[in-house]
Design a protein around this ligand. Sequence first.
Ligand code: SF4
Length: 215
Amino acid sequence: MIHIASTTAEEQQLIQEGKLLPVMEHFYTIQGEGMYTGVASYFIRLGGCDVGCHWCDVKDSWDADKHPLTNVDELVDLATSQAKTIIITGGEPLMWDLTYLTKKLHEKGARIHIETSGAYPLSGEIDWVCLSPKKLMLPLDEVCEAANELKCIVFNNHDFQFAEEQAARVGKDCMLFLQTEWSKRDKNLPLIVEYVKENPKWRYSLQTHKYLDIP
Ligand code: SF4
């Protein structure tokens, strides 16, 4: 677990217990991509990531110090008062111990999804693991084995090969998705369409929220 510089000893203890977490943003919207596209969902975006993807579209998330330490009980009440499906994302959310957050969400009857690079061990009770592996910090075997959905981002041609390597690591029932890196969509969209036609175990994941201009 990462250390947040500007915290008191008491806050650090609460972070260790998962009762206080750095939250970059949280909002109710629809899931825009992947298997659950179109499903009303409450997103909790945790701060902190050290994976370092150069094309990352949430670089503001990287420094956990920048994001307010948030009371998890209050966050759970707010999220579950609005949505049944809660998506924990980041940043890299598995840099934090999610045991307390997920236990409280389940007590309120929520279904819990996570979006992760898989670079850190799983924690907590997760109902749906969306693994989006990154070359700079490869996913752990335990996350590959737990993945329900593999979402590989295509930035350049080599990413098709990387996607196949990662697909060989997940379970046979894991759903496989290819998704273009957004800035490369004009070049990559037709390539992915052709790739999926030739390799139909894959599906195309369209970032519908970007076209709808919603978060
Ligand atoms: Fe950004 Fe996700 Fe890569 Fe972290 S793992 S740098 S949040 S794209």
